[in-house]
Design a protein around this ligand. Structure first.
Ligand SMILES: Nc1nc2c(c(=O)[nH]1)N=C([C@H](O)[C@H](O)COP(=O)(O)OP(=O)(O)OP(=O)(O)O)CN2
Length: 177
């Protein structure tokens, strides 16, 4: 038997895909997305007949939801190769900090893997009592990507060290500007 904690958070985002796979998606547009995470205890334990908790919900989810609410919500997601990035850095540098920078197009697949890596780092940093069993990112009511396992096997290779990638850091960062 395996107990799981499941948390869902909604956020609003904007993005565009520039590699030509979907012409309509090359125009900046937005979605209201849901990220659902399924967490499992690293050590299976029976309920103690007293507190009867795997971990208080607040302890398990607060930092993750802070990241979703304060870093992801209303952020723009752009490929590190998108020329709009340079425009924001030159003309609106404060707003450039609100851009999630992704290795290649900011598709639902890559965002799911990046968020899995981020949550894995946050859970390790808060004591390693929980691990991510599965993450689901619902881009629209008709499109969802689900992922489990080690995100580094799935993410594109990048030329900088792992700790220099925002998704591996247990902080609120969304880019490596
Ligand atoms: N494999 C992927 N394909 C597409 C992605 C993606 O992230 N991964 N993203 C998009 C666009 O962001 C687009 O906004 C959503 O796709 P689409 O299915 O065209 O959206 P609809 O709301 O029109 O879907 P319906 O099911 O037809 O209502 C494109 N492809």
């Amino acid at each position: 038997m395996t107990a799981e904690l499941v948390f869902t958070r909604r956020f609003c985002m904007g993005h565009r895909l520039i590699t030509g796979t979907s012409e309509k998606c090359a125009v900046p547009h937005g979605h209201n997305e849901y990220v659902k995470v399924t967490l499992r205890p690293v050590e299976e334990k029976w309920l103690d007949g007293h507190q009867n908790m795997i971990l208080p919900f607040a302890e398990a989810k607060t930092r993750w939801h802070d990241f979703v609410d304060n870093s992801l919500d209303h952020a723009l997601q752009l490929s590190e190769r998108d020329p709009l990035l340079a425009w924001f850095r030159d003309h609106e540098p404060e707003r450039a900090r609100r851009i999630v920078v992704t290795p290649g197009d900011p598709t639902t697949e890559v965002m799911t893997a990046l968020l899995l890596a981020k949550l894995t780092a946050i859970l390790a940093d808060q004591g390693g009592k929980l691990r991510v069993h599965e993450i689901e990112l619902e881009e629209t009511p008709t499109n969802t990507v689900k992922l489990s396992g080690d995100p580094s096997f799935y993410l594109p290779q990048v030329e900088r060290a792992a700790h220099a990638c925002w998704w591996n850091r247990a902080d609120m960062s969304i880019s490596d500007l």
